[in-house]
Design a binder for this molecule. Structure first.
Ligand code: C2O
Ligand code: CU
Length: 532
């Protein structure tokens, strides 16, 4: 008897990835994409693979620094390569692109104020294995398919080492960047930033962590060594043959889709991994590396997390939370205490989805030290120090059928003249006016900032009269957002205000939405820091 492909897929234990599936898992209607069979993660055995810990990046030598400083600097050479590895014991190896042929890439570790150099080598194949949309600006058909440029997210780096999206290069080429690391201890991460295909390159695996440490942090006696665990978490979709599946639109020749949500959650390169832990405190350094999915992480034991840091480093004091909310590109530095949980199996969950398991062993060396209640003081930047306030809209543009075609910052395309030109060493307030129905994580390169508040306004009045009419009081930032940030969630129908001190280097940088599908389709703008 003939069955439809839908039924066959269901019989084979696969679900269809389609608009309706996305609607179920995220409670929102969007993504009119081609139906395609994908592996239903619920059919996979839970917690059969140990959690991999990414290797440390290795110094390959010392080189004179390009800025003429006398000391030779540690030099790293990292190759981007195609490779295949199992995401789960019962799956076939999955083709991926990784820095150092691993996903996530090797972890850099350095001290604040200790510069280093990296040669980022593009050794990828000439053909992309994910669907490029040549109608998108910067990804035209006359350009090479495989292009890459590396950005160190959260770094205070000179403009020519920042990975400007148009500074991409092709297989066989490389770029050497200088990272001065004159900044507080924090979880940074490096990832691809090539114009118009960033979403595909990161989905393929081009991401990794970069940890900066400093004396203040070391003095806190936080769990370290094998008690400090990096967790790079992102979602993916897999075809029945275990290969990465990236959804495509229904429009022939224009495969871009406005958002991607995979039903399979991957941690450090494995699906449903487990980690054996001792009954004591652990420090988890968490990155949401997803293209579009936010995470609301909780522990099945109901126990709290102690969030000690955010994007740009330590919070003033630990924040006790049952749920860690992370939008794409946001980081959380978290302490979890497994003391008294001997023999338990505790699952890290995102809503109803299982992410990974902690198996608490029955013993281990006795733990000394407790979590300090003071971490790093964060002095609020005073609003009166701002020399300028900018109002910037986040807008979505639909075609006649109501489908999303692109999102823009302040209604401007990438190629239009630069409009944001803050002066080095001055303070500005940016009002992010979100006119869309989605939350957008907005990221500025080079700087760190503080969140002032979020205040709901009436979108209709704005659209008709170009005036912000507030419809409620402002909300202060969440307790876990009271440190230094580099990515901020701009809620729909809300003005999110951030205050930025433009410290660091002059030059051309970018600011953008970190939902990678938006970023690639023009929700990104250059900005220029002018000499003071
Ligand atoms: Cu995480 Cu412009 O990047
Ligand atoms: Cu966006």
């Amino acid at each position: 008897m003939l069955t439809s492909p839908w039924t066959r897929a269901a019989q084979a234990g696969l679900t269809w990835c389609s608009g309706s599936e996305v609607l179920q898992s995220d409670g929102r209607a969007l993504l009119k994409s081609q139906p395609h069979p994908t592996i239903n993660p619920n059919t996979l055995a839970r917690f059969v693979d140990p959690l991999p810990i990414p290797s440390r990046a290795k110094i390959s030598g010392y080189r004179p620094s390009p800025d003429g400083a006398r000391d030779k600097l540690p030099f790293y050479r990292i190759e981007m390569r195609e490779f295949a590895e199992r995401l789960h014991r019962d799956l076939a190896p999955t083709r991926q692109w990784g820095y150092g042929a691993s996903v996530p890439g090797p972890i850099f570790e350095t001290q604040s104020g200790k510069p280093l150099m990296v040669e980022w080598v593009n050794s990828l194949p000439e053909k992309h294995f994910l669907p490029i949309d040549h109608t998108i600006h910067g990804a035209e058909a006359n350009l090479p398919e495989v292009r890459s440029v590396v950005h160190l997210h959260g770094a205070k780096a000179p403009a020519d080492s920042d990975g400007y999206p148009e500074d991409w290069y092709i297989p066989g080429k490389s770029a050497t960047y200088l990272y001065p690391n004159h900044q507080d201890a924090a979880i940074l991460w490096y990832h691809d930033h090539a114009m118009g295909i960033t979403r595909l390159n990161i989905y393929a695996g081009l991401l990794g962590l970069f940890l900066i440490r400093d004396d203040l942090e070391s003095a806190l006696n936080l769990p370290s060594g094998k008690y400090e665990i990096p967790l790079v978490i992102y979602d993916r979709m897999l075809s029945p043959d275990s290969q990465l599946y990236y959804p495509v639109s229904l429009k022939a020749g224009a495969p871009w889709v406005p958002e991607v949500y995979g039903d399979t959650i991957v941690v450090n390169g494995k699906i449903f991994p487990y980690l054996e832990v001792e009954p004591r405190k652990y420090r988890l350094r968490i990155l949401n590396g997803s293209n579009g999915r936010f995470f609301a992480l909780a522990l099945s034991s109901g126990q709290p997390f102690y969030q000690i840091g955010t994007d740009q480093g330590l919070l003033p004091s630990p924040v006790v939370l049952r749920n860690i909310l992370l939008f794409p590109a946001e980081r959380a530095d978290v302490v979890v205490d497994f003391a008294g949980k001997e023999g338990q199996r505790i699952v890290l969950k995102h809503q109803s989805k299982e992410v990974m398991q902690f198996r608490v062993l029955s013993g281990g060396p006795k733990e000394t030290g407790s979590l300090p209640d003071r971490l790093r003081p964060v002095t609020a930047i005073t609003q009166s120090s701002a020399t300028r306030t900018r109002s910037l809209t986040l807008g979505e543009y639909l075609d006649a059928s109501g489908e999303s075609i692109l999102m823009l910052l302040n209604g401007l395309h990438w190629k239009m003249p630069v409009t944001e030109k803050p002066v080095l060493n001055t303070v500005e307030i940016w009002n992010l006016i979100n006119l869309t129905g989605d939350a957008h994580p907005i990221h500025l390169h080079m700087v760190r900032f503080q969140i002032l508040d979020r205040r709901p306004f009436d979108i209709f009045t704005y659209n008709t009269q170009k005036q912000v009419k507030f419809i409620g009081p402002p909300f202060p930032p969440e307790p876990a957002e009271t440190g230094w940030k580099d990515t901020v969630r701009a809620d729909p129908g809300v003005v999110t205000r951030i205050i930025i001190h433009f410290e660091g280097y002059p030059g051309r940088y970018v600011w953008h939405c970190h939902l990678l599908e938006h970023e690639d389709n023009e929700m990104m703008r250059p900005y220029e820091i002018l000499h003071g």
